[in-house]
Write a protein that binds this ligand. Structure first.
Ligand code: GLP
Length: 241
């Protein structure tokens, strides 16, 4: 496990963008696993800037996102589809048909999960998976206490995740209670993992994930066993490490 300790959000974002660029430069047709949330946002802005200057080229990249809320249509401004389109896909030269986000707006959710697993498998797996981390140690929407063996599945969000994510909705009641997420197994099978964490509210999650025993109660703790994990974090998030 590598830890990149950076002074603030801006340098964390730049370092994470460096790691993603390095991946795409060495393998232009990389399969990138992407994440939503505040953590990767700065990296996306940085990559968009470099792409405009032609320092990085996404024209052959294929992306698969981690998760999506159940019940929100892709054009809903609070959906993860919308977030990705607004903050990344529309800002770089990735082909829209090469971008994939799980579909939580269908009647047959089980089928949507299976289809997403098949897609990842048909692509040959993920080369680099970008992650944020929830304050309870969740990655994607893999909440505490679920099996490490799960592939893409439907989750019931915990109260703490609903509360944390309500900052992006007008009212807490608008936050969907369910989500579709890649499972820990999909994430763990990625060749490389880059986890971004900033701010003191992530310090306990990083400590419990990387300094304490591995347990499904702290989903990110499984990453201790992965052979290629980079944590890119600021001093506040790393203050207990
Ligand atoms: C959500 C997402 C996660 C993300 C987490 C932390 O629950 N499903 O993928 O890592 O929030 O988000 P943030 O980076 O905004 O702190």
């Amino acid at each position: 496990m590598r830890i990149y300790k950076e002074k603030d959000y801006e340098s964390v974002s730049r370092k994470a963008a460096n790691l993603i660029s390095a991946q795409v430069i060495s393998k232009p047709d990389s399969i990138l696993g992407l994440a939503t949330g505040t953590s990767p946002l700065g990296a996306y802005h940085q990559l968009a800037e470099w792409c405009t200057k032609k320092d990085v080229d996404f024209s052959r990249v294929i992306s698969v996102n981690l998760d999506e809320y159940v019940g929100l249509s892709p054009d809903n401004s609070e959906s993860y589809h919308y977030f990705m389109e607004k903050n990344f896909f529309s800002k770089v030269n990735i082909a829209m048909e090469n971008t994939h986000v799980p579909n939580g707006h269908v009647s047959d959710l089980e089928e949507a999960c299976k289809a997403y697993d098949s897609l990842i498998q048909d692509l040959g797996g993920i080369d680099l998976q970008l992650l944020g981390i929830g304050s309870n140690g969740h990655i994607g929407f893999n909440e505490p206490g679920k099996s490490f063996l799960l592939d893409t599945h439907i989750v019931q969000l915990t109260e703490s995740t609903i509360k944390a994510n309500s900052r992006l909705f007008s009212r807490i009641d608008d936050v969907p209670r369910r989500a579709i997420t890649m499972g820990i197994r999909n994430i763990f099978q990625a060749a490389k993992i880059v986890l971004i964490a900033t701010g003191q509210n992530k310090a306990d999650a990083l400590y419990r994930s990387f300094m304490e025993p591995i347990t499904p109660e702290v989903p990110a703790s499984i990453l201790q066993l992965h052979t290629n994990v980079s944590i890119v974090a600021d001093e506040e998030a790393l203050k207990r490490i």
